[in-house]
Write a protein that binds this ligand. Structure first.
Ligand SMILES: Nc1ncnc2c1ncn2[C@@H]1O[C@H](COP(=O)(O)OP(=O)(O)OP(=O)(O)O)[C@@H](O)[C@H]1O
Ligand SMILES: [Mg+2]
Length: 210
């Protein structure tokens, strides 16, 4: 692409076209490198040494913000419903990456004008963070494989969305590293629902009295 820009030096329109393409491709590469770094850090599933107390509401708000431009572009409304005072103890950067990947997928694999819902609720000792879309869905026989590295359903169609197939493997490893798990429900043509289950964090009495 850089060569093409050089060769097109007498054609300003082509230069603009090639350079915006270069911009896109370099962003894609940066993202790919970052995902590979994230994943290699995560792959030993060791508990992170960088844990803090995090509000589920903040994680959800930040993940929605991450996809806001793309959602607006596709006229997709992202609705959130989060119970108050939900806390987890975990690695903030990792959890941010996981929730952002789920919301990003929901927006990416949904048609224009559809709706994405993100909820956070308490379920006994766990917190369930669920991202639901009314998008293309995933065939049942693929559901086990989508968490594998580089796996993408329908690579021909997937090429146009430009991903690498690392997002969900990051989600799976983040869940494991933070003491949780991921659940998925999907039906082709109806939509998908991904749930990150994480142990709820309790303030102990001492902490509350401080
Ligand atoms: N909400 C969804 N609805 C429909 N298909 C989905 C959804 N989420 C994931 N998929 C399918 O699972 C595949 C793997 O998802 P994953 O997030 O791991 O990778 P990706 O989105 O292709 O690329 P990236 O690495 O950029 O996230 C996708 O290519 C897509 O086929
Ligand atoms: Mg993805």
């Amino acid at each position: 692409m850089a060569e093409a820009v050089g060769e097109a030096k007498d054609d300003p329109e082509a230069v603009v076209r090639f350079s915006s393409r270069m911009h896109l491709e370099s962003e894609r590469l940066t993202r790919l490198v970052q995902q590979i770094i994230d994943l290699s850090r995560l792959q030993n599933n060791a508990l992170s040494d960088d844990a803090s107390t995090i509000k589920i509401g903040d994680l959800i708000a930040e993940a929605c913000e991450h996809s806001a431009t793309e959602a607006e572009h596709k006229h997709i409304e992202i609705a959130t419903s989060v119970e108050p005072d939900l806390l987890v103890h975990g690695d903030r950067a990792q959890l941010h990456a996981a929730v952002s990947n789920l919301v990003e997928n929901a927006v990416t694999y949904s048609p224009n004008g559809s709706r994405v819902t993100v909820t956070g609720q308490r379920d006994g000792l766990d917190i369930r963070l669920t991202v639901t879309d009314n998008g293309i869905g995933i065939p049942g026989e693929e559901l086990d494989r989508i968490f594998e590295r580089f796996y993408r359903v329908d690579p021909a169609r997937a090429r146009s969305t430009g991903g690498t197939g690392l997002g969900l493997s990051i989600v799976k490893h983040v869940a494991a590293s933070n003491g949780g798990s991921v659940e998925v429900w999907s039906e082709p043509g109806l939509g998908s629902s991904f749930t990150l289950v994480l142990p709820a964090h309790h303030h102990d009495i001492e902490e509350e009295n401080q």
